[in-house]
Design a protein around this ligand. Structure first.
Ligand SMILES: [Zn+2]
Length: 317
């Protein structure tokens, strides 16, 4: 069992199934413009080489490579400098040979796993975390060096494109007086431990919220989210909002609750009448539900993260 295997089990299972069924890679597209822009305007650095990212020197990397079953969703994308992106692709060709990778499967599975884990940990935990997979790490670094690129990993960078969370590898140096007080009161400073912390204050969301009309997000009873997510957990794939709304009424009845529409249900928790269900999704389910508009009136909703729902479904047994 490799060090990060458990943590990235879903990714590895996806890759395994993809290679097993000789899958065809999905088409890729760049991370949406607003998020790319967000990383640039907030002073993003390339997570490998530390270069300050600009519109001209950066592009989108698919973290779990599409040739190994990676999906074309923002959760699988990150912005990095163009030359590190190219070096990552070259690393794959050197370490795994050329696609299609199912040709060497399952003999190449151990290598595929190491390569994928290296890809994921470098993005989520920083360039140096890649040292856990020395064969891959050395190939990558030697490519950068032969290109004359410096390798100065930054101590903070913007992570996966679904949230663009700011990831920080070391706590900031604390002020002089605070350190003195710590000494006096015997507080052990953790500042030298290279802890990896993910800043959950989601800057992107705050920005997006600022742009939208200021909507007040209420601190709602857990039942509100629970019932909507629970009803939603039995839906596979996309569903149009109108159908989900009818389904939700049946769901409520099955739980011995009064039959209500989604909006009536939301109102019973204090959400104002003027809120559309899309606004409710944006405000209260930003990490679980995504939507897609088709024309002016039709909206499809789908699960952002299947695991959340599988967990809920188990809980309900
Ligand atoms: Zn770079």
């Amino acid at each position: 069992m490799l060090i990060h295997e458990q943590e990235y089990l879903t990714m590895l299972e996806t890759a395994f199934n993809f290679l097993f069924r000789k899958g065809k890679p999905v088409n890729g597209s760049p991370l949406n413009q607003a998020r790319h822009e967000f990383v640039i305007t907030n002073g993003g650095f390339c997570l490998h080489c530390g270069m300050k990212l600009t519109r001209n020197n950066s592009n989108t990397e698919h973290i779990h490579d599409r040739a190994l079953g990676g999906i074309n969703k923002s959760v699988n994308k990150v912005i990095m400098c163009t030359s590190c992106n190219l070096a990552r692709n070259k690393t794959m060709q050197i370490y795994l040979g050329s696609p299609s990778y199912w040709q060497g499967f399952p003999g190449n599975w151990d290598r595929v796993k190491k390569y994928l884990l290296w890809n994921a940990v470098t993005v989520d935990k920083g360039h140096n975390a890649g040292e856990a997979y020395p064969e891959v790490h050395q190939i990558f670094e030697s490519i950068l060096q032969s290109n004359g690129n410096l390798i100065k990993p930054p101590n903070h960078w913007f992570g996966r494109g679904d949230n663009c969370d700011l990831i920080v590898t070391k706590p900031k140096q604390r002020g002089f007086w605070i350190r003195i007080f710590d000494k006096i009161f015997g507080y052990e400073s953790p500042q030298d431990t290279p802890v990896i912390t993910v800043n959950k204050t989601n800057l992107l969301q705050t920005e997006e919220k600022k742009v939208k009309a200021e909507r007040k997000i209420l601190d709602l009873d857990d039942d509100f989210r629970h019932h909507i997510l629970n009803a939603f957990s039995s839906i596979q794939g996309e569903i149009d909002l109108a159908t989900f709304s009818s389904y939700f009424q049946l769901y409520l009845v099955s739980k011995d609750m009064p039959k209500q529409s989604l909006k009536q249900f939301a109102r019973s928790f204090g959400i104002p009448k003027r809120r559309s269900f899309i606004e409710i999704i944006e405000d209260y389910f930003p990490n679980e539900i995504e939507y897609r508009r088709v024309g002016q009136t039709v909206v499809y909703i789908s699960a952002k993260n299947r695991e959340v729902f599988e967990y809920l479904a188990d809980e309900d047994e």
